[in-house]
Ligand binder design. Structure first.
Ligand SMILES: [Zn+2]
Length: 304
């Protein structure tokens, strides 16, 4: 079963068109990573191939084939190997394939991932198919922002924008879909601003993995290690904003624990000062700064 969360207006519109068999033949789903573009694309694909009355019925042969990831007329197009974008070659192959009759006699669906990373030649090749689409084809383009795509493509598609759901919707979903304790779910949702995909990814990581860097950093910091040592410890975080936010939270907890362990200690004023610096760094992080710059600033403030 495909569960759609939040985005009530968009989902309502798509469910209605699915029921009435009036889904557009070219759809752009835009939104941040983790906002449910893939899930919604699956729902649209399922509704498009379904041969039941109430689409998607999830019980007809076509639905079952799709849900078992075995439907021959649904194709995912994504950047090949380690390339960043879909090549013009891939789009030409798609075009040739689109003119071949569907295997099961129904609609053919192409789900095109990272569509906004295609260069102009790939997009122009795609435009040719969108301009004269073969019969019974559905194109679903997934992207973070449609504005990065050619206006000529956008004008031939119906664009739906996805945002994270409300806190309570996201919380309910995660509570029934992952084993993490409620407190963890709450703090993770706060960190990801209710983004379900990102939360799931974060909750999947083992607590020991996440706390390792914060523990190591805290020990080095309190031992007075030089800045370059501290920077070396946080290096693995430089590519991940979410893990960095998580790291900052853990670091604050570590420092608070140290203060609690020995409230009358000589080092308490220094720890309180470090705690404040870490809190201030959160505002800086919220500005979407480059992470390597963020850590350099944090470490130099802490080492002062
Ligand atoms: Zn069906």
């Amino acid at each position: 079963m495909i569960r759609l969360i939040g985005n009530h207006r968009v989902i309502g519109a798509i469910e209605n068109s699915a029921k009435n068999s009036t889904l557009p033949h070219a759809i752009i789903l835009e939104g941040d990573e983790g906002t449910g573009k893939h899930t919604l694309a699956e729902f649209i694909a399922l509704s498009s191939v379904c041969s039941g009355v109430n689409k998607p019925c999830e019980v007809c042969r076509e639905c079952r084939l799709f849900l078992n990831k075995n439907h021959p007329d649904v194709a995912y197009i994504k950047p090949e190997d380690k390339k960043k974008s879909i090549s013009v070659e891939q789009i030409r192959n798609l075009r040739a394939d689109a003119f071949v009759k569907s295997h099961l006699g129904g609609k053919k669906v192409y789900i095109i991932e990272k569509a906004d990373s295609m260069n102009d030649s790939s997009q122009n090749a795609l435009l040719k198919i969108l301009e004269e689409p073969p019969q019974s084809i559905v194109f679903i383009l997934l992207c973070e922002s449609a504005s990065k795509m050619l206006q000529t493509i956008i004008s031939r598609c119906v664009v739906f924008s996805l945002v994270p759901p409300s806190f309570s919707e996201a919380f309910q979903f995660l509570k029934s879909n992952c084993k993490a304790p409620e407190e963890n779910i709450k703090s993770t949702l706060q960190l990801t601003h209710n983004n379900i995909g990102k939360s799931l990814e974060l909750l999947k990581k083992k607590p020991s993995e996440k706390s390792k860097i914060a523990n190591e950093f805290c020990s080095a910091l309190t031992a007075g290690s030089p800045a370059y040592e501290l920077l070396k410890i946080v290096k693995p975080l430089e590519k991940d904003r979410l893990l960095t936010s998580d790291f900052i939270n853990r670091l604050k907890l570590n420092i608070t624990d140290l203060i609690r362990e020995n409230p009358g200690g000589n080092n308490v004023p220094d720890l309180v000062n470090k705690y404040d610096i870490i809190c201030q760094s959160e505002d800086f992080l919220a500005l979407n700064v480059n992470l390597s710059l963020f850590f350099t600033a944090l470490v130099s403030n802490l080492a002062e």
